[in-house]
Design a protein around this ligand. Structure first.
Ligand code: C5P
Length: 316
């Protein structure tokens, strides 16, 4: 891809529609340092892709619309913008600008990751849109080139492109794959109201007066994943943003306590929250934890999902 390449005429690719799935994520570990001049916090984080799937279907447009990028939600949701601010629209626009393609596209978005929940649902939409438009338009960027565009769109966008389990450095966008054996059974407790990621990082700064560099991934966590040892993984889960998220939403502490009393090995804030991620030892216990959360009235919902799963991929 050559940034700023001269616009090219519409291509006559054979595809008229491409469907791509991309996963949400949970952070198994997150350590944040002092923000740099760009306002971003240097991170060490471990991402795991979970089976909560965003689906983007990219379709060629009618001749009269050609050149525009439009987005429709499969299910109406007033909290998700459908204009040019939507990260999937921005992803398609960035790919078009980078490659000089002027075809335009209609994006149909089906969401299953909680909105503004700390699970990178919007980032998954952007990753899916990149893969879908790259195929629809025949632009043939490599995975590495797409990953570069993903990092321009947001710190959390490269991971849903990659999937599986990976360490993130820098803003969280520089990924290294991590070996993870086995399947992990998660329950995600959602909140009716999202939390703003910048607001959580600001509170983290207020609560963390002593300057420090982000910690390394603990050896116990790497070993737990390598061995497929769920109990050891549960013991090693850590999120530096949790005190900030709990400070902004004190009632999340009750959700964590309830999930653990219902059988979860551990429950933590997912990313910048407010979703609570509870790790269960097996599918039966996961069902019991989900039932207890749903019955409590403390949460908007409880979603079960296993992990890890693949990154953004074409399914049709
Ligand atoms: O890159 P993205 O748009 O996803 O980040 C959203 C916001 O989260 C940033 O504007 C910044 O306030 C905060 N952030 C941060 N450090 C990171 C990642 C995100 O402070 N490593």
């Amino acid at each position: 891809a050559v940034p700023g390449a001269a616009p090219q005429p519409p291509r006559s690719g054979s595809l008229t529609q491409v469907r791509v799935e991309a996963p949400g994520k949970v952070n198994l570990f997150l350590s944040a340092g002092v923000p740099g001049p760009d306002g971003y916090h240097p991170l060490t984080t471990v991402f795991q892709a979970v089976r909560l799937i965003e689906t983007v279907t990219a379709r060629r447009q009618a001749a009269d619309l050609r050149g525009t990028i439009t987005l429709t939600l499969a299910e109406p949701d007033p909290t998700v913008p459908t204009d040019a601010t939507n990260l999937a629209v921005r992803a398609a626009a960035l790919l078009a600008e980078t490659t000089g393609v002027g075809d335009g596209v209609d994006l149909l978005l089906r969401k299953r990751v909680p909105v503004a929940g700390g699970m990178a649902g919007g980032s998954a939409d952007a990753a899916a849109a990149l893969v879908a438009c790259n195929a629809l338009w025949g632009t043939a960027l490599t995975q590495a080139e797409l990953s570069g565009l993903a990092a321009e769109l947001g710190a959390d966008v490269p991971f849903p492109l990659h999937g599986a389990t990976a360490v993130g450095h820098g803003r969280g966008d520089r990924l290294t794959p991590l070996l993870a054996r086995g399947t992990y059974h998660w329950v995600f407790a959602t909140s009716a109201q999202g939390l703003s990621t910048p607001a959580v990082f600001r509170r983290f700064d207020e609560l963390t007066p002593v300057a420090a560099a982000p910690a390394d991934v603990p050896a116990a966590l790497t070993a737990a994943l390598r061995d497929g040892d769920t109990a050891a993984l549960a013991a090693a889960l850590h999120n530096d943003l949790q005190p900030a998220a709990l400070d902004l939403r004190p009632q999340l502490a009750e959700v964590i306590a309830l999930a653990e009393s219902a059988g979860a090995l551990r429950a933590i804030v997912s990313g910048s929250g407010p979703t609570i991620a509870a790790l269960a030892p097996d599918p039966t216990t996961a069902a019991a934890v989900a039932n207890a959360l749903n019955a409590s009235g403390l949460v908007a919902g409880a979603l079960r999902a296993d992990a890890p799963i693949a990154g953004a991929r074409m399914v049709g």
